[in-house]
Design a protein around this ligand. Structure first.
Ligand SMILES: NC(=O)c1ccc[n+]([C@@H]2O[C@H](COP(=O)([O-])OP(=O)(O)OC[C@H]3O[C@@H](n4cnc5c(N)ncnc54)[C@H](OP(=O)(O)O)[C@@H]3O)[C@@H](O)[C@H]2O)c1
Length: 356
C-alpha cells in the first residue's frame, strides 16, 4: 500500500461553493457545512464547503463532534474496499454528535439529543443527514470520543467472538494486530465481557506492551518471532481455542496453525494487503473451523443483531465494563495526516477526527 498518498496537507477548497456532489450553487437561503471529500481515488482528500439539503420525513440532521477513522475509509478512498462510492464522496462510517433538526416523521430522537450514527460514508464532515434508524442515543457519561470509537470496532469484535466463534469463558483467544482499533476492541470484549484469556500478537514491543496493559495475558511480537512457535510455547503445545485475525497473509496462516483441537479462526480483514489461501486438510486434521465476519453486512441481513452489537457496546461503556482506547485525535483539516498515520502502522486503538 502506498504510504505517501495521504502525506500532503489538506486543501480547503472554498471554490467548492459550486459543489460537484450535487451541482447546487450556494445562495444566501441555503445552509452550508464543511466536509472532507475524496474527489479522485488514491489522491489527498480535500475539505470543501457544500450546501446542506433539506430533510426527508424520516431523516435527521446531526452536528458531528467526532468521527472514527477506519481502515475501510482508507481502502474506500483508494478504490480498494468492497463497497464502492461514486466520486466525489465524503468518507467516514461512524460518528457522534448532537441532533440539530428532525424530519416530520422522526419519532426516535429529538433536537439536542446526543447520538451515535453509522453510515456507509459521509461522516467526516461538520454535519450528516441520516435515517433515524441508523442513530443510537449516547448514554450519560459516555464521551463523544468514546461513542465514535465504538460501532465498527466493538460491533465487529463482539459479533466475531460471540456470534461467529462462540467464545466461552476461560477459553484462550489469539488476537492479531492486537494494538489496532479492532485488536484492542477485541481484547476489551474478550476479557471484560466474555471472560476469556487473550494472547496478543502485534508488530512491535510497544504495541505488545499496550495490549498487555489493556488486558492480554501474554503477547508475541510477530515482527521478531514466529507467531506459531510462540503460541505453542505459551499454551504448552495445546494451541488457542479462538483466533481473530485482521492481518491476513502469513500471519493468518500462522494463526490457523496455532489453533487447538476444535479451534475456530475468524477472518476479520487483510490489513497486511494479502488475502491468504490454505489447504483444507488443515481444517480436518484438528477438527477446526475457519469462518469470516463482515459486520456491515448484518445491517442488511439481520438488523436487530447489528443494532444490538452497537447498543450493547454503548451499555458496556456506560457501565464501565469496557473502555475504547483513543490513540490519537486529529482535526478535520488534518484528515490526510490521520490517514497517513494509520497506513504507516503508527496508530494504536482508534484514531478520531474531532470536528468541534
Ligand atoms: N470484517 C469486518 O466487518 C471489519 C470491521 C472492522 C475492520 N475490519 C478490517 O480489520 C482490519 C483492521 O482494521 P482496524 O480498523 O483495526 O485497523 P488499524 O487500527 O489500522 O489496525 C491495523 C493493523 O494491522 C497491522 N498491519 C499489518 N500489516 C499492515 C500493513 N501492511 N499496513 C497497515 N497495517 C498493517 C498493524 O498492526 P501491527 O503493526 O501490530 O502489525 C496495524 O496497526 C482492516 O483490514 C479492516 O478493513 C473488518
Amino acid at each position: 500500500m502506498d504510504t505517501d498518498t495521504w502525506r500532503s496537507t489538506s486543501v480547503t477548497d472554498h471554490l467548492g461553493l459550486l459543489s460537484p456532489s450535487n451541482g447546487l450553487p450556494l445562495t444566501s437561503c441555503h445552509r452550508s457545512y464543511r466536509a472532507v471529500l475524496c474527489t479522485e481515488l488514491a489522491k489527498p482528500l480535500i475539505i470543501r464547503t457544500i450546501p446542506s439539503p433539506p430533510l426527508q420525513p424520516e431523516e435527521v440532521r446531526v452536528g458531528i463532534h467526532c468521527c472514527g477513522v477506519n481502515f475501510a475509509d482508507i481502502l474506500a478512498c483508494q478504490g480498494l474496499y468492497q463497497e464502492k462510492h461514486a466520486l466525489p464522496f465524503s468518507p467516514g462510517m461512524e460518528f457522534s454528535g448532537v441532533v440539530m433538526e428532525t424530519g416530520t416523521d422522526v419519532s426516535t430522537v429529538q433536537k439536542g439529543d446526543r447520538v451515535l450514527g453509522v453510515t456507509s460514508s459521509k461522516a467526516m464532515a461538520e454535519e450528516c443527514i441520516i435515517d433515524q434508524k441508523m442513530l443510537w442515543q449516547i448514554p450519560d457519561g459516555v464521551s463523544y470520543e468514546h461513542a465514535a470509537a465504538l460501532p465498527v470496532s466493538y460491533g465487529t469484535a463482539s459479533l466475531a467472538l460471540e456470534r461467529r466463534a462462540h467464545t466461552q469463558p476461560g477459553e484462550t483467544v489469539l488476537v492479531t494486530a492486537a494494538a489496532g482499533a479492532m485488536g484492542l476492541a477485541t481484547i476489551d470484549i474478550a476479557t471484560n465481557v466474555f471472560k476469556a484469556k487473550v494472547i496478543a500478537a502485534a508488530g512491535s514491543d510497544h504495541k505488545c506492551n499496550l495490549a498487555l496493559q489493556k488486558g492480554a495475558t501474554h503477547s508475541v511480537n510477530y515482527s521478531q518471532n514466529s507467531l506459531k512457535d510462540e503460541v505453542k510455547k505459551l499454551t504448552d503445545n495445546r494451541g488457542v481455542n479462538v483466533a481473530i485475525d485482521a492481518v491476513g497473509g502469513d500471519i493468518f496462516k500462522q494463526a490457523l496453525h496455532s489453533l487447538a483441537w476444535e479451534g475456530r479462526i475468524v477472518v476479520v480483514g487483510f490489513a497486511g494487503g494479502t488475502i491468504p489461501s490454505f489447504s483444507a486438510n488443515l481444517l480436518l486434521l484438528k477438527n477446526v473451523s475457519a469462518m469470516g465476519v463482515y459486520w456491515g453486512r448484518y445491517r442488511e441481513e439481520e438488523f436487530p443483531l447489528f443494532s444490538s452489537s452497537i447498543s450493547s457496546a454503548l451499555q458496556y461503556c456506560h457501565e464501565g465494563k469496557i473502555e475504547p482506547h483513543i490513540g490519537e485525535v486529529f482535526k478535520l483539516e488534518e484528515v490526510n495526516e490521520a490517514f497517513s498515520h494509520v497506513i504507516q502502522r503508527k496508530s494504536t486503538g482508534k484514531v478520531i477526527i474531532s470536528v468541534k
